[in-house]
Write a protein that binds this ligand. Structure first.
Ligand code: AHR
Length: 511
């Protein structure tokens, strides 16, 4: 009897893990080249919870090792991540932020109430200089989000002058007085945030006029500005239609769009304690990015067939119920293998739409929502999402290799989703990278690709996975999940056959 039971268990186990489909990936011919804009890999830091204070910025009196108040361990981790741009100061906070509150002597800076995020007192000790100096240390491009909701065109105009003008004009001279001689030359500017919601509850028709007014008075100085209009909430296609129809192309460089992976806004579920049906729903919501990007792009194509205006998904990521706000701060959540899957499939979607999607910002960088870094006093950990972003950074600035895949299905309770997602690129050193995600939490999947078509030789790979979809890096076991060498592939008759374990992200490199 005992022997019989063991045989049944072994057979079931084998069945679950050996059941797999093999699917072929086709390399599509294309007569145009598309660069994957590195800004797709951007991040976002808002004055929210413990993102800035007690996260990135601990102040220069802190016993935690820091540079001008910014944690050294965070600086190192973000430098290694190759963050192309960082959006700041919000989010909803941006439309309450008056930049002049955050310059000059710290003890003279006024405080404000952070009305959107817990009513905490914001003492403005982390302001324009602190943020832009941090971006310089990180080698990242700043993306400043301007205040339209409670600001004025003059305030935004003067902020641009303050950071971009050469000495010899009033705002630039004020900057010099505050200790910074040369301008930072900030190019990327948001003109309001979520104007349909926390930015002022406006209609698209109302905002479009405000946008034109603000954009007209943003001075370019020596820097060419990249102005981003506050965009649609997910599938609000009317919003994009109005913006693209009514804003002259001379006044706009980018249109934003926000999409969060949320299973239900009224009941978002726990960050680490969830079952497979919740996981499946999260995957479904994450994969909706494909439909959203496609449909917003179609509208943009109608008004801008030359694709001059970029689609910037400047907020995306998984959003769950916060983990004990009193202990961890507003919108803090842990980060599991589920989040690694969200990151992997979303970045593949952005790569594959690189002709129109030329910027994106994961929300948010430290201690808020789908963070790449979490901190607890002096401790810091890198999340599974950090490692996916790092594995994928090889695509930054590379040429997209268009692929077609008939994905095997991930089936749960008679519902199905495409299980495998993929994107590929060739970098300036002719290195080819393929990133593959198998979201199926039960089954491995095999994919085949012709190596001659891709020009792939000397292949090596990395994988990120863990036995359970709920696994995460904790402060007690911060190295539980990290990339490992991946060797589950063979080459026969020019066919590269890759075996993707359940819920895994793989990046292959070859020349
Ligand atoms: O990222 C958190 C919040 O989500 C941002 O402040 C806002 O823009 C969005 O609603």
């Amino acid at each position: 009897m005992k022997k019989f039971l063991i045989t049944i268990i072994l057979l079931t186990f084998q069945n679950v893990f050996s059941q797999s489909n093999t699917t072929e990936i086709e390399v599509l011919k294309s007569d145009k080249t598309t660069e994957i804009n590195k800004n797709i890999y951007g991040h976002f830091a808002e004055h929210l919870g413990r993102c800035i204070y007690d996260g990135i910025y601990v102040g220069d009196k802190s016993p935690i090792a820091n540079t001008n108040g910014v944690r050294n361990d965070i600086i190192k981790a973000l430098q290694e991540l190759k963050v192309p741009n960082l959006r700041w100061p919000g989010g909803c906070f941006a439309d309450t932020y008056h930049w002049k509150d955050g310059i000059g002597a710290k003890n003279e800076r006024p405080s404000i109430v952070n009305r959107w995020w817990g009513g905490t007192t914001e003492n403005n000790s982390f302001g324009t200089h602190e943020f832009l100096d941090l971006c310089e240390i990180l080698g990242t491009e700043p993306y400043l989000a301007g205040n339209v909701g409670s600001g004025t065109p003059r305030e935004l105009d003067e902020w641009v002058q303050y950071v971009n003008y050469k000495p010899g004009s009033p705002m630039a001279d004020l900057r010099v007085k505050n200790g910074r001689k040369s301008p930072w030359n900030v190019s990327i500017w948001g003109v309001g945030n979520e104007m349909w919601g926390c930015g002022g509850n406006m209609t698209a028709e109302y905002y479009v006029n405000l946008y034109k007014q603000y954009a007209t008075f943003m001075p370019s100085g020596d820097s060419k500005l990249f102005r981003i209009a506050s965009g649609a909430n997910g599938d609000d296609y009317h919003w994009t239609e109005v913006l693209m129809r009514d804003i002259p192309k001379s006044l706009i460089e980018g249109v934003a769009m926000h999409w969060y992976t949320v299973i239900d806004w009224a009941k978002k579920g726990h960050s680490t304690n969830f079952d497979e049906s919740v996981y499946f729903e999260s995957m479904k919501q994450a994969l909706r990015m494909e439909e959203l990007v496609t449909k917003h792009s179609e509208i943009m194509d109608k008004y801008d067939p030359e694709k001059k205006v970029a689609l910037i998904v400047d907020e995306w990521g998984g959003w769950y119920e916060p983990d004990d706000t009193a202990k961890w701060g507003v919108l803090y959540q842990q980060n599991t293998i589920r989040d690694a899957m969200i990151a992997g499939v979303t970045l593949n979607i952005f790569n594959n739409h690189a002709d129109r999607v030329r910027g994106a910002n994961l929300a948010q960088v430290v201690n808020v929502l789908q963070s790449v870094i979490l901190t607890d006093k002096e401790k810091m950990l890198l999340t599974p999402t950090y490692y996916v972003m790092k594995m994928y950074n090889v695509h930054q600035g590379a040429q997209l290799i268009p692929l077609k895949i008939e994905s095997p299905k991930y089936v749960l309770d008679n519902n199905e989703l495409p299980a495998v997602s993929v994107s590929a690129s060739k970098d300036k050193n002719n290195l080819v990278h393929i990133s593959l995600v198998n979201i199926d939490s039960q089954k491995q999947n095999k994919v085949k690709i012709n190596v001659q078509q891709l020009g792939l030789k000397n292949i090596s790979g990395q994988i990120l996975t863990s036995p359970k979809i709920t696994d995460y890096n904790s402060f007690e076991n911060s190295d539980k999940i990290k990339p490992a060498v991946f060797k589950s592939f063979t080459i026969k008759n020019n066919q590269l056959e890759i075996t993707l374990p359940p819920h895994s992200v793989v990046v292959l490199e070859g020349k």
